[in-house]
Design a protein around this ligand. Structure first.
Ligand SMILES: Cc1cc2nc3c(=O)[nH]c(=O)nc-3n(C[C@H](O)[C@H](O)[C@H](O)COP(=O)(O)O)c2cc1C
Length: 256
């Protein structure tokens, strides 16, 4: 790449130095900064400007403890000064339909789940960049989907609203190294999908095990980690097994 292509700015620098923070100092997050983060999350694009995202802030320590446990004993949920849950939300769409005297029928289409998940993803990404630009650290918490039914109850989520990801926010007490990424060739293809990425993956295995030596993942290769994580019995039958039931309970995919 030439220097022109490498041109950068403060926003891009913030994004390129992102790392998830799992240890926080006791320093509080200013209310105004939290408002800025929420406003940035809300400024994200959304499908047909449907704004299918609701963010819930949880402050009560007992509820935090319960939520930390339900997300797989993730203690940063208790320690972080701010803990948010991002939900994909079609309740407001149902209300809009009622106000117009129509029925909300689209929930039978699985595409709505992509709509909700993408809207949440973009919104949470805006929140992360905004928080990091203010000197704060964050970590998303997909672990909330280990106990989606319990989260729905704790958060009082109505039909057509599903919990997608948590987000811890606070001042870092410990800044980890950047987590390595695959080569750009592995993830950015020209014209058509390129399946021949074995070499890139093997090369990344070396980078990954070097970079993670001495960490929890203990110098394992990326393929070892992924193969272990995506083993059927762990993902489908164990920790995240209630997601299908949760989607039906919340009114999605009812004709399936
Ligand atoms: C949707 C989503 C859910 C995640 N859930 C968790 C989680 O439950 N707990 C956690 O510690 N990290 C979680 N992470 C953070 C990832 O583990 C992290 O982004 C990844 O290891 C790359 O590291 P980095 O963010 O420091 O670059 C999540 C990230 C994403 C995008």
């Amino acid at each position: 790449m030439n220097t022109q292509e490498n041109k950068t700015n403060e926003v891009v620098k913030t994004m390129m130095t992102h790392r998830s923070i799992r240890h926080y100092s006791e320093r509080k997050v200013r209310k105004e900064d939290l408002k800025t983060i929420i406003a940035a999350a809300q400024a994200a694009p959304s499908w047909v400007n449907g704004q299918h995202v609701t963010i819930i802030s949880i402050n009560d320590q007992d509820r935090r403890k319960k939520m930390a446990e339900l997300a797989g004993n993730q203690k940063h949920i208790i320690e972080a000064p701010v803990f948010l849950v991002f939900c994909a939300d079609f309740h407001r769409i149902k209300v809009a339909c009622e106000l117009e005297g129509t029925e909300f029928k689209a929930s039978v289409n699985p595409d709505l789940l992509l709509v909700g998940a993408v809207d949440v993803g973009i919104s949470i990404s805006n929140a992360i960049t905004a928080a990091e630009s203010l000197g704060l650290g964050t970590v998303p918490i997909g672990g909330i989907r280990r106990s989606p039914l319990e989260y729905i109850e704790l958060l009082n989520l109505p039909e057509y609203v599903i919990p997608v990801s948590g987000l811890c926010i606070g001042y870092p007490s410990d800044i980890p190294d950047l987590a390595p990424r695959l080569s750009m060739e592995a993830i950015f293809h020209q014209e058509k999908y390129n399946e021949n990425i074995q070499d890139e993956i093997k090369e990344f295995n070396h980078i990954h095990s070097e970079a993670t030596k001495g960490r929890n993942s203990g110098g394992s290769t990326w393929t070892q980690r992924m193969a272990n994580f995506y083993k059927d019995d762990f993902y489908v039958n164990d920790s995240y097994k209630d997601v299908g039931e949760m989607l039906k309970q919340q009114g999605f995919l009812k004709n399936r």
